[in-house]
Design a protein around this ligand. Sequence first.
Ligand code: DX5
Ligand code: ZN
Length: 217
Amino acid sequence: MKPLIAPSILAADFMNLESELGRIASADYVHVDVMDYHFVPNLTLGIPVFEQLTKVSPVPVDAHLMIEDPDRWAPAYAEAGAASVTFHVEAAKDPVRLARELRRLGARASVALKPGTPVEAHLGLLREVDMVLIMTVEPGFGGQSFMADMLPKIRRTRQAAREADLDIWIQVDGGISRATIDRTADAGANVFVAGSAVYGADDAAAEISTLRDLAAA
Ligand code: DX5
Ligand code: ZN
């Protein structure tokens, strides 16, 4: 699978979001972290800002919803133009129903697992989603260290997808950089979120292409 790079705007300059999107025009997606002070101890943005972002973004928008009650709130992100909507399995009341609803609205449906959530109990969901996000840090903040102990979970998810003959994307998010991306690719990830690594670089486009090369190697 061709590696896809999704810079996270959590690490961007929020006073200049439009030009910050311009810096990553060579990326495959832009990753937008939505936090609600409840599911995670941080708050970012909601639908009004999100909708404006999707209108000006040069690349498709990947919404990562770190919110309570995604059953209620997630469909609005698909309607607002998200190409992909990720909700957390720990927060969803009816993940199957929600995934189907997101697909019906034309988005790719994706389910996220926090580091402490084992994948085993949720493998049945693989048939209902287009992507699984394996968190490689505790959700809530950018700039944290990559958790190498998540590699077996990535491997297990890829193995289960292969066994079921499902063409599923596996996304990793948290601490992804030049130093860690190749290990996650080896384990079976193909979509790489990078916040501080890309936005902290002087030349974001060069960093995107370096990360892509390292993931493909
Ligand atoms: C953390 C967010 C991430 C964050 C990653 O909860 O989901 O998307 O922006 O940031 P880095 O790449 O700096 O670890
Ligand atoms: Zn994220």
